[in-house]
Design a protein. Structure first.
Length: 280
C-alpha cells in the first residue's frame, strides 16, 4: 500500500512538472482580448470603441465574418461589414467571437490522441455554442451571452493531453477512449492526472483572464449551478469520440431532466442543429 501511494505521489509530481513546462511555452494573448473583456464588463461604451479594437486585428475580423456568414450562424442574408454583424448579433456575441478566435489562434493544438483534427475540434465547439443558443436564447439571452466564451473554450485543455500521456501509453489511451467514450473525463484524469477542464483552467489562469470566466469553467466536472450544468451537458454532447451519438444524447437528456432544465427546447434545438449540419 505504501509503495502504491509513493508511486501516485511520484506520478502526480511528474504531471505537475510537465504541465508547468507546457504552460510556460504558451504565448501571451493579444491585448485585444483584455480590452474586449473590459468593454464587456462596462455599462457604457460606444460601438465605435468596439470597432476600433476589433479592426486592430484583420485576421480576427476575417474569422468573425466567416463565422457569421457560415451556414451555422447566418441570419437570412449575407453580412458584408463588421458593423452590420454587430447590429445583427450584438456587441456581446461579436466580441466573444473575437476573444475565442484570439485564444484559438494563440494555442498550438495537438489532438493526436483524440483522433480528430484541430478543424474538427473547433467545429465541435461552434456546434456546442450554436446548440446552446438554439436551446436557451428565447428564455434568457443574458444567460446565454455569459456562456458563449466558456462554451467555445471549456475543453481547450485537450490541446495539452497528447503531450502529457506517458510515452508508450498512447495506444492504450486511445483504445480506452474509443471503447468508453462516455468515460472520457475519467480516462483523461487516469492518464494525465487532470481532466481537460482542469487543464483549461491552468491555461486561462496563465493568461490572467477574468475570474468570472474562470469560475464558470471551474465547476463543470462537478456541476453545482445552472451554468456549470449546461456546460457539462454541452461537453457530453460534443465529445470528440462520439459527438451527438444516441448514447451522448440520452445522457444529456437524463441530466437535463434530473435538474429540471427544459428538455422540450433541448430536443427542438438538437433537431434544428442537426438540420443545419451534416449530422444524420
Amino acid at each position: 500500500m505504501l509503495i502504491y501511494i509513493q508511486n501516485l505521489i511520484i506520478k502526480k509530481s511528474y504531471f505537475m512538472k510537465r504541465i508547468e513546462e507546457l504552460i510556460e511555452q504558451i504565448p501571451p494573448l493579444p491585448k485585444m482580448v483584455y480590452k474586449l473583456l473590459d468593454i464587456k464588463k462596462s455599462d457604457s461604451f460606444e460601438i465605435s470603441e468596439v470597432l476600433e479594437i476589433l479592426e486592430e486585428n484583420h485576421y480576427v475580423v476575417s474569422k468573425i465574418m466567416k463565422t457569421v456568414n457560415s451556414k451555422l450562424f447566418r441570419i437570412n442574408t449575407s453580412i458584408e461589414t463588421l458593423q452590420n454583424a454587430i447590429s445583427l448579433y450584438g456587441i456581446n456575441f461579436i466580441s466573444s467571437l473575437a476573444i475565442v478566435e484570439c485564444i484559438n489562434s494563440t494555442l498550438r493544438p495537438n489532438l493526436e490522441l483524440y483522433s480528430i483534427s484541430p478543424k474538427r475540434f473547433f467545429e465541435l465547439n461552434e456546434y456546442s455554442c450554436k446548440l446552446m443558443m438554439l436551446w436557451l436564447n428565447k428564455k434568457d439571452i443574458l444567460f446565454v451571452e455569459k456562456l458563449i466564451i466558456p462554451a467555445f473554450i471549456q475543453v481547450i485543455g485537450r490541446f495539452l493531453v497528447s503531450n502529457l500521456v506517458e510515452i508508450g501509453k498512447e495506444n492504450k489511451f486511445l483504445f480506452r477512449l474509443k471503447n468508453e467514450p462516455e468515460n472520457i473525463i475519467e480516462i483523461e484524469k487516469e492518464f494525465t492526472g487532470f481532466t481537460s477542464n482542469e487543464l483549461s483552467l491552468k491555461i486561462l489562469e496563465k493568461w490572467n483572464l477574468d475570474s468570472d470566466l474562470i469560475s464558470l469553467i471551474k465547476n463543470v466536472d462537478n456541476p453545482n449551478s445552472k451554468e456549470s450544468l449546461v456546460l457539462n451537458i454541452l461537453r457530453r454532447l460534443f465529445n470528440p469520440i462520439n459527438s451527438l451519438s444516441k448514447e451522448s444524447i440520452e445522457e444529456a437528456f437524463m441530466l437535463a431532466n434530473k435538474y429540471d432544465l427544459d428538455t422540450n427546447s433541448l430536443k427542438n434545438a438538437l433537431q434544428e442543429l442537426i438540420s443545419l449540419t451534416k449530422y444524420e
